[in-house]
Design a protein around this ligand. Sequence first.
Ligand code: B12
Length: 219
Amino acid sequence: MSDAIATIKDWVIRGRKNEAVAATRAALDEGVDPGAIMKDGLIAAMSVVGEKYSSGEFFLPQMMVAARAMTEVVPVLKPHLVGEAAATRGKVVLGTVQGDFHDIGKNIVRMMLEGGGYEVVDLGVDVTADMFIEAIRKEAPQFVLMSALITLTMEGMRRTIAALEEAGLRSSVRVGVGGAPLTHKYAAEIGADFYSEDAYECVQACNRMVDSARAEAGR
Ligand code: B12
C-alpha cells in the first residue's frame, strides 16, 4: 500500500474528516489510483473500525466519526471513479433492509451503478418489504437490490423475496443482495438471483444479466 493510501486510511480510522479529505485530494493530485484509495484506504479503514468495535477498543461514537469521515471522502473520489454514462442500461430499486441503518456500502453501490449507466431509485435505509413492493409497482425496475450489514437484519431480505412471490412480482425483477455479512450460500438459500461482494462486482453482475436478456430478446 502506498504511503498516501495508508495516510488516508489512518485519518478515516481516527475519524478526522477534514484531514481525510485533504489527504485524498493530495493523493489524487499525485496520481494515486482512485480505485485503490477506495478499496485499500476507505473500505479497509472500515474493516479496522469494525474490528476495533468488536474487540472493545472502539465504542459507537468512534465508529460514527469514522463513518462520517468516509462519507465525506466518497464524493471527492466519485468523479475519478465513475464516468457520466447516460442511464440506458436499466432501472434499479435499491435499499437497505428493515431495521438496518447502514448506508455507506449501499451509497457506493448506487454511485457505481449510476456511473455504469443505470437509473437508480434509492429507497434509503430501513426499507420494509411493503416499501420495496410499492416501489416495484410504481417504478417497474429490472433489478431490486438489497443491502444489509447486520446478521439479524439479513432476514429482511428473505421476507422481502417471500413478499414479492406473494404479490406475484418475483418473476418481473432480478433480485441482488449484498453487504458484509452476506454470502453466496445465503443468497441462494433465500432465493436471490445474485450476490456480489463489492459494488464493482454488482455492476458487472447486472451488466451480464442485461446483456443476456437483450441477446435472448434479439433471438
Ligand atoms: C460504519 C459502521 C456503522 C455506522 C453506519 C454509518 C452509515 N451511515 O452507514 C454507525 C456508527 C451508525 C453504525 C451503527 C451500528 N452498527 Co455498525 N458498523 C459500521 C462498520 C464499522 C463499517 C460498515 C461500512 O460502512 N463498511 C464499508 C462499506 C463500503 O462496506 P459494505 O457496507 O460492506 O459495502 C460493500 C459491499 O458489502 C457491497 N455491498 C453493500 N451493499 C450491497 C448491496 C448489494 C445489492 C450488493 C450486490 C453489494 C453490496 O458493496 C459495498 C462497496 O464495495 C461495520 C464493520 C464492518 N466490518 O462492516 C459495523 C457493523 C456492521 N455494525 C455493527 C453494529 C452492531 C452496529 C450497531 C447495532 C451498534 C449499536 N450498538 O448501536 C448500530 C446499528 C444501527 C442500525 N440499526 O443499523 C456490527 C454488526 C454485527 C453483526 N454481526 O450483525 C458491525 C459488523 C461491527 C462489529 N464488528 O460488530 N455502524
